[in-house]
Design a protein around this ligand. Structure first.
Ligand code: LCS
Length: 396
């Protein structure tokens, strides 16, 4: 059959050989363990002589379906599902490193990832070396930080919360020159807008909590890459540390994924319109959205993304005090962390998602104290804009 478009793959996805029912929608296999036909069958499954399900921490048909589907959508050979996005970041980092190793990461990251990298992994004698891509000569800086104990490079693009666009091919070429993998957190874009593996990345990971699930009703993570690397993560980290995804959450993500293309188109189109309108509001000091021609990463975003996504960051004249007034003044937008939901969410990175950064670390990462982050939802664009305008107009 002719190769399907990504929009069709998003709806249809993959079919598991192990699911034999005629249901249009696959059932949820809520079981912790699986029956063996006899003792030899059980032993053969354990030894790898036969393939099949043993125990849900090791594999489950519903979770399998989701793993196969995200692998198709990201264009990877294989995938593994995790209990959360943080579990995906930790699984990838811990599988690739041992005490004494280091890795090089772009410094603008989700606050939880930054905390894991800068404190928790450091306790295990695994050290993050941060690079600010905002400084000119960042390529030289990456090169200078790589040595014989560097095990991977790590970026997030668009980056949380500044919406900075990081150059995937540039980091991928650097990784290849040093024979180490590049990991890309593709949470903000989703595979519908950006496919990092096609641009040279080796592992792509997601907080599936966000656009992949799309409905704000679950926590989950996914990692996609080569059979070899995913096999290593599955066997060493997932089976033994055990941060696996519940079959119920996998089913919810499979359901959410079917509308990914529709949702991402709508999120992106509305966000572009709102970013443009915010730009001309007298109370707004700056708008950061990769779809704006004024964004420093605009031409790069045009090269590596299909559209520019649903996340906007902006600053209000009057700094933190004025920003708080906007967040307290909205009535339709919801004051909450997380992103990628149907509802528009608004939050303050410096005191919320990125409070773990010290003030100087935030400065290096480009996260100003007055920055407000908006996850543009699926409401009518005029209603979202109207709500933001009335809150901005009332700033004292
Ligand atoms: N990567 C990115 C880019 C994220 O934004 C998040 C969570 C994670 C990884 C971790 O995923 P989780 O474990 O939450 O599924 N970002 C959040 C945020 O910006 N607000 O609340 C959570």
């Amino acid at each position: 059959m002719k190769k399907l478009t990504q929009e069709t793959e998003i709806v249809h996805g993959v079919h598991s050989d192990h699911v034999t029912s005629f249901d249009l929608v696959p059932p949820i296999h809520m079981t912790s363990t699986f029956k063996f036909k006899d003792a030899d069958h059980g032993a053969d499954l354990f030894s790898g002589k036969s393939t099949g399900y043993i125990y849900t921490r090791i594999g489950n048909p519903t979770v399998d379906l989701l793993e196969k589907k995200i692998a198709v959508l990201e264009g990877g050979e294989s995938a593994v599902a995790t209990a959360s996005g943080m579990a995906a970041v930790a699984a990838a980092a811990l599988t690739l490193t041992a005490p004494g190793d280091n890795f090089v990461a772009c410094s603008t990251l989700y606050g939880g990832t930054f905390a894991l990298f800068s404190s928790d992994l450091a306790r295990l004698n695994i050290h993050a070396r941060f690079v600010s891509h905002r400084r000119s000569g960042s390529l030289k800086e990456i090169e200078e930080k790589i040595d014989g104990d560097t095990r991977f490079l790590y970026i997030e693009t668009p980056a949380n919360p500044t919406l900075d666009i990081i150059d995937i091919p540039l980091w991928a070429d650097t990784a290849r020159r040093h024979d180490i993998p590049l990991i890309v957190d593709n949470t903000f874009a989703s595979p519908y807008l950006q496919r990092p593996l096609a641009m040279g990345a080796d592992l792509v990971l997601h907080s599936a909590t966000k656009y992949l699930g799309g409905h704000g009703d679950l926590i989950g993570g996914l990692i996609v890459g080569s059979k070899r690397m995913i096999g290593q993560i599955r066997e060493s980290h997932m089976n033994h540390f055990g941060p696996v995804m519940s079959p119920f959450n996998a089913w919810l993500i499979l359901r959410g994924l079917k509308t990914l293309a529709l949702r991402m188109d709508r999120h992106s189109d509305t966000a572009l319109m709102i970013a443009e309108r915010l730009l001309s509001h007298p109370r707004v000091a700056a708008v950061f959205y990769p779809g704006l021609a004024s964004h420093p990463g605009h031409s790069l975003a045009r090269r590596q993304m299909k559209k520019f996504g649903g996340m906007i960051a902006f600053e209000v004249h009057g700094g933190v005090v004025a920003g708080k007034a906007v967040m307290n003044g909205v009535t339709l937008c919801t004051l909450a962390v997380s992103l990628g939901d149907c509802e528009t969410l608004i939050q303050h990175p410096a005191s919320m998602t990125h409070a773990v950064y010290s003030p100087s670390e935030r400065k290096l990462a480009g996260i100003s104290d007055g920055l407000i982050r908006l996850s543009v939802g699926l409401e009518h664009p005029d209603d979202i804009l109207g709500d933001l305008r009335q809150a901005l107009d009332r700033v004292p």
